[in-house]
Design a protein around this ligand. Structure first.
Ligand code: BGC
Ligand code: ZN
Length: 367
């Protein structure tokens, strides 16, 4: 079967690879789920792997199959699989356990090991192919009524984890009741975080570069949040109007903005960083000022990566709630389908060149 792959360490090496079709028995103990891939989303991570900024091939291979945002249909299950059956729609988690205590309790998303195993990213092949097989623990059912939101399940799981971790961590404050949130960045993680926070009843301001009206501003407003173009207003100017936020979700991919946002967070607040910034940039930070205010204000900075099965389930539940609360809005994120695995060059071109392509995904098969 065909797959879209890169040669890790070699920039712009995206190409078609050939793999044998997996079998349900490749996973021992009757725990295998064989999935026919329908759609796979791609994001900045895939672009940066193709730029050779990170990513490693599985042992014994000189290529890595891309794709970590999967949507497919179950074709066959092992004898001990109960939670899905042939014909069900599913997505799949990305990270696989290493050897730490966190990995052993099903929390590979917070592994304490330096090396991590992620399908389509590091040391494991991804989903940008025709079939995959995985252990039942990692395959998550998607309700048929959310079929049209397909590849958003994985990015949604990352947003769900970011917000959930913020609430978990803020239990340190005993009575934290956030009212005002800033979301920096209106890519998929920024928009999906905006959705989750709106569903929790917060007033949300979402920042992006472009001037409104534009697709991003329409989606943000469609979710009952406010869109702010940084061309018209800085974070500090908005604070002058609405006060300091209790919560900031940072999702721009710019470390400069990630640090800059630290200057506007309110007392007892939490800022969550979600971007993988693969570059080498350095920025000038007013470090004394930030340090002083973070100490005097008991503020928290939290990094959040990846997601486990529970975050996928939380995210899928919020996609369902989001769909009935703001009907038809979420699917507007899904802007750029690419027809078939064979169109891998067009897929990468959209990712690299098309600044308006909010979400690029490959239509692998009908179903
Ligand atoms: C993926 C995560 C992954 C992270 C780091 C993101 O693009 O969505 O699942 O953990 O990259 O590799
Ligand atoms: Zn991703």
């Amino acid at each position: 079967m065909k797959a879209i792959a890169v040669r890790p360490g070699h920039a712009s090496s995206v190409h078609l690879a050939e793999l044998p079709k997996p079998r349900v028995d490749d996973i021992p103990g009757g725990r295998g789920v064989l999935v026919r891939v329908l759609k796979v989303g791609v994001d900045a991570t895939d672009r940066e792997i193709n730029d050779a900024l990170y990513g490693n091939a599985p042992p014994g291979y000189d290529f890595l199959v891309l794709g970590h945002e999967s949507f497919g249909i179950v074709e066959e299950v092992g004898a001990n699989v109960r939670h899905v059956k042939p014909g069900d729609y599913v997505t799949c988690t990305v990270r696989r356990p290493g050897g730490s205590i966190y990995d052993k309790i099903g929390r590979s998303d917070i592994t304490s090991e330096e090396v991590y195993y992620e399908r389509g990213i590091n040391l494991l092949h991804g989903f940008l192919t025709e079939h995959y097989v995985d252990d039942l623990e990692f395959v998550v059912r998607m309700p048929v009524g959310l079929k049209h939101l397909h590849v958003l399940a994985e990015p949604m799981s990352c947003a769900a984890k970011a917000v959930q971790q913020a609430y978990e961590a803020q239990k340190r404050l005993q009575v934290w009741d956030p009212k005002l949130a800033f979301v920096t960045g209106a890519g998929q993680i920024g928009l999906l975080s905006t959705l989750i926070l709106r569903l929790r009843g917060l007033e949300v301001f979402t920042f992006a570069r472009g001037l409104a009206p534009c697709l991003k501003s329409e989606i943000v407003e469609g979710m009952g949040a406010r869109y702010v173009s940084t061309k018209q207003k800085t974070l500090k100017q908005l604070v002058g109007e609405v006060g300091k936020p209790d919560l900031i979700i940072e999702a721009t991919g710019s470390s400069e903005i990630a640090f800059g946002a630290m200057e506007v967070l309110g007392h007892n607040g939490v800022e969550v960083w979600t971007s993988i910034t693969g570059g080498q940039r350095r920025t000038d930070v007013p470090s004394d000022h930030v340090n002083l205010n973070w100490v005097l204000g008991n503020k928290l900075l939290l990094g959040s990566v990846n997601a486990n099965r529970r975050h996928f389930e939380l995210g899928i539940a919020d996609l369902a709630l989001g769909e009935v609360t703001y009907p038809g809005v979420i699917e507007r994120i899904l802007t750029n389908p690419v027809a078939g695995i064979g169109n891998f060059k067009e897929m990468m071109r959209l990712l690299v060149e098309d600044k308006d392509a909010l979400k690029v995904y490959v239509d692998v098969a009908e179903g």
